[in-house]
Ligand binder design. Structure first.
Ligand SMILES: C[S@@+](CC[C@H](N)C(=O)[O-])C[C@H]1O[C@@H](n2cnc3c(N)ncnc32)[C@H](O)[C@@H]1O
Ligand code: SF4
Ligand code: SF4
Length: 368
């Protein structure tokens, strides 16, 4: 999830040649080389640089593009893991918030075709699911690549990436791939990634992928590992960074955000350093300026699970362009541009979840 309350906060600092930076103030990235976007500009060229400039402007609320810059396609909610901090780890929460029929390849193509018409630069074919459970995922990626999407990205849990599929991914046109691990030791891995295959096997899959990439001299996709920091794994962050830093292009340390407003279930996952001193007042959400999320067949301005009242329509009868310029979407953007997120109940709940304070914490949600 990426949200921001600081709007122009790309933070770079040199520490032992590892650069730490953030584009949203919540996910910390560590890269051995330059900012990963600088690396991608070198590989992909001018068009990538132009796209990132536009992206930064949108993130500073300086412009509303004619078409979303990013299409986030949550095609189904199927996973072979049940991570307890993720909505998919709980069948009750998943059923409560997710509805609609899964997006087919035909539906995917329809969205990508419209995006291509408007020169949309970026897309993710992964939502709250394990993307590699989709048998022909490389075909989806390759379809978008051939339609000139230049930044195609996904996260995965590393369990289903066999050698054959790794080769398919390398040849697909994928720009960025991240393996979510959330642990340094096998013991913690089995606790935070419930239902997983052993950590050693996942590490082997990642190694196979990296070896194939090196042997084939592939520059893309840039490869990363990620760690969603929760109370149960926070003691392993430093070992995780040290272990992976020489092996991958980027390491992402992600803040936990409760996936639903169920206080009892999710408060125990906040990391100990996550509480804010005071309630967040200056938050502005960048998502409605960057993207549309298509979850199954429905269109939303952002990725949170409890945003049904922000729904903009269905791809069956609404175009992406129309949804992007709809009065409802304009209203959400205007609220955030003016810093009035708390006037919308869903956004208020969401911000309280992202930036909890010790005193009020999630109680505020229940009172509203
Ligand atoms: C929902 S998963 C889907 C892709 C794939 N199954 C995986 O685990 O990478 C995408 C990313 O969201 C992260 N994630 C899951 N639940 C989260 C939460 N409550 N707060 C923050 N990140 C979360 C995961 O760790 C993963 O890096
Ligand atoms: S592997 Fe990914 S989608 Fe599946 S439960 Fe874990 S975080 Fe959620
Ligand atoms: S609910 Fe509001 S604040 Fe939260 S991600 Fe969506 S638009 Fe942003």
């Amino acid at each position: 999830m990426d949200h921001t309350k600081k709007t122009d906060n790309t933070v770079c600092s040199d520490t032992n040649e590892v650069k730490e930076y953030s584009t949203d103030g919540k996910v910390r990235h560590f890269s051995t080389e330059e900012d990963i976007n600088q690396k991608l500009i070198k590989i992909i060229g001018k068009k990538f640089e132009e796209y990132r400039k536009t992206w930064d402007k949108a993130n500073r609320f300086e412009l509303v593009t004619d078409f979303p810059l990013f299409l986030h396609l949550d095609m189904n909610q199927e996973c072979n893991y049940q991570c307890p901090h993720c909505i998919i780890g709980d069948i009750y929460e998943t059923k409560k918030y997710y509805e609609g029929s899964y997006l087919s390849f035909e539906g995917f193509k329809k969205i990508v075709d419209e995006g291509a018409e408007y020169g949309c630069p970026s897309l993710s074919p992964q939502g709250n699911n394990e993307p590699f459970l989709i048998k022909d995922l490389h075909k989806y990626i390759n379809y978008a690549h051939k339609k000139n999407f230049i930044d195609i990205m996904l996260n995965n849990n590393g369990s289903a990436l066999t050698e054959k599929r790794a080769q398919q991914v390398l040849d697909s046109g994928l720009t960025r791939i991240r393996f979510s691990l959330d642990a340094f030791t096998a013991e913690t891995y089995s606790k935070v990634r419930v239902g997983s295959i052993p950590l050693d096997k996942v590490k082997k899959n990642i190694e196979t992928f990296l070896n194939l990439k090196e042997k084939g001299n592939y520059k893309l996709p840039v490869t990363g590992v990620s760690f969603c920091k929760v109370r149960q794994n926070e003691h392993e962050v430093e070992d995780f960074i040290n272990y992976w830093q020489p092996k991958v292009d980027i390491i992402s340390i992600q803040s936990f955000v409760p996936p639903t407003t169920n206080k009892e279930k999710y408060e125990k996952f906040y990391s100990t350093d996550q509480y804010e001193e005071v309630e967040s007042k200056d938050f502005k959400c960048v998502q409605p300026f960057q993207r549309l999320v298509i979850r199954n067949q429905y269109i939303y301005p952002c990725c949170v699970s409890f945003n049904k009242d922000l729904r903009l329509g269905s791809i069956d009868n609404t175009s992406i362009h129309d949804a992007w310029h709809s009065p409802k979407m304009n209203e959400i953007r205007n609220l955030h541009k003016k810093g009035l997120y708390y006037k919308n109940k869903t956004c208020k709940d969401c911000v309280n979840l992202i930036y909890p304070t010790k005193e009020a914490s999630l109680d505020r949600i229940l009172q509203n």
